[in-house]
Design a protein around this ligand. Structure first.
Ligand SMILES: [Zn+2]
Length: 414
């Protein structure tokens, strides 16, 4: 046998774990006297993603690494190396090969005779070993050490197990469906995942995982997006069929919304106070979404839409103010009745203690301000309409806005 050499195609999200696990295996390799394995990246590329039905999960592109895991074969003991374990069953022999090695077909039907002691008795297993010169031998566990002329026959087995694990590692990293713990995960490209979330929100409305847990009869947005990208498999089957029947698809507008949302989240300052926004920034900055952070990434579109709405409301308010600027109302020194909407109340610390500045607007957008020493809990009445009887104290201006200052106000009607 020449050097073991295998190439694997690994999703980008699993590359970090692959490297970490290989490091662990190599630590063991040094103890076992195996030659350490080496990971070599041959190329990186992206693919469009189709789900199980062959539908392209637009605008998905998944990043892959083609890697080579090279390792020289394990050290031979006295020229022998371990090839396979043979376990007899009533239906025939089960052959567990140590990796890619070829096990001669005769071992499928061989009896349990040990080539060392030549006894054929019941054994749970025998080992097939191969010499450098090509010879094979079948040896029982107790004779293995004597046969290869080494006290550490178990070593051969340990080495072969190590090799098995090494090969399993590449395959696991390719699959990427282990999930959770230290296992490999399936990752999805962030922009694409968010675009699918945007489409799900457009078609079904936003639903958090917490709300979905209370059994509203459909899946959370984060899970709908996952279902769509994974395809109709296992417990996803019904949910996928529902979405398909509803004509679910990701459109250009969803892609644009997703792009803006991701860019917005990535630009959230790192020192932002709010923990949710900080996590959103972090999760959205990754190239790939995993099952574990899919919930927060799915909430991105909703958070972005809220932000856009907040900015829009402010813009409209500013525009309305510009189109219909505040004018003075009433006559200075005269007492009058005013119907006003409560805008807000702020506390002011003055020389004579705390006063409260309550701001109102009337239906023509004119600003009225009352400074009162009493807190009537106005802050809680924001948005309410009151009828006040008050004296106009002054027609003033603040930051270019005309404001009417009132005094000795009495509430006539809520
Ligand atoms: Zn024997």
């Amino acid at each position: 046998m020449s050097d073991e050499q295998r190439t694997f195609t690994v999703p980008a999200v699993n590359m970090g774990r692959l490297r970490a696990k290989l490091d662990d295996l190599n630590k063991r390799a040094r103890k076992l006297g195996c030659v350490e394995a080496e990971l070599r990246v041959l190329r990186e590329y992206e693919t469009t993603v189709r789900n199980e039905l062959g539908i392209e999960v637009y605008p998905y592109r998944r990043k892959w690494y083609e890697v080579e895991i090279l390792n020289a074969e394990p050290v031979r003991l006295s020229g022998w190396r371990f090839i396979a374990t043979i376990e007899p069953t009533e239906a025939g022999n089960i052959i567990r090969a140590a990796g890619d090695v070829e096990v001669p077909q005769r071992y499928r039907t061989s009896d349990m005779t040990c080539d060392h002691c030549h006894s054929n008795r019941y054994r749970k297993e025998v080992f097939v070993i191969q010499h450098e010169d090509g010879r094979y031998a079948q040896v029982g566990r107790n004779c293995l050490a004597d046969f290869v002329g080494s006290t550490s026959a178990e070593h051969l087995v340990a080495q072969s197990q190590w090799l098995d694990e090494l090969r399993g590692l590449g395959e696991e990293a390719e699959e990427g469906f282990g999930g959770g713990g230290g296992g490999f995960e399936r990752g999805e490209e962030t922009f694409g995942y968010v675009a699918i979330c945007a489409a799900a929100i457009r078609m079904y409305g936003w639903l958090s995982r917490t709300e979905a847990r209370y059994g509203v009869g459909r899946q959370a947005t984060a899970d709908q997006a996952w279902v769509w990208v994974v395809g109709p498999m296992g417990y996803n089957k019904d949910a996928f069929a529902d979405m398909e029947r509803d004509g679910f698809s990701v459109g250009q507008a969803d892609v644009e919304l997703a792009t803006k949302a991701v860019e917005w989240a990535r630009a959230i300052p790192a020192d932002v106070q709010n923990d949710y926004l900080y996590n959103l920034r972090t999760a959205s900055s990754l190239d790939e979404v995993t099952g574990r952070n899919s919930g927060i990434v799915a909430s991105l579109v909703q958070a972005y839409l809220r932000e856009v709405e907040r900015i829009e409301v402010e813009r409209r308010k500013r525009e309305a103010e510009e189109a219909n600027p505040s004018e003075w109302v009433g006559e200075v020194g005269k007492r009058d009745v005013f119907t006003l909407n409560v805008v807000g109340c702020i506390e002011l610390q003055g020389d004579y203690g705390i006063t409260y500045m309550i701001r109102f607007t009337d239906d023509d957008n004119n600003v009225v301000v009352w400074r009162s020493s009493n807190n009537f809990n106005w802050a809680h009445d924001t948005g309410h309409t009151v009828v006040l009887k008050a004296t106009v104290k002054q027609h003033g201006e603040y930051k270019g806005q005309k404001q009417t200052y009132i005094t000795r106000a009495a509430v006539i009607e809520w």
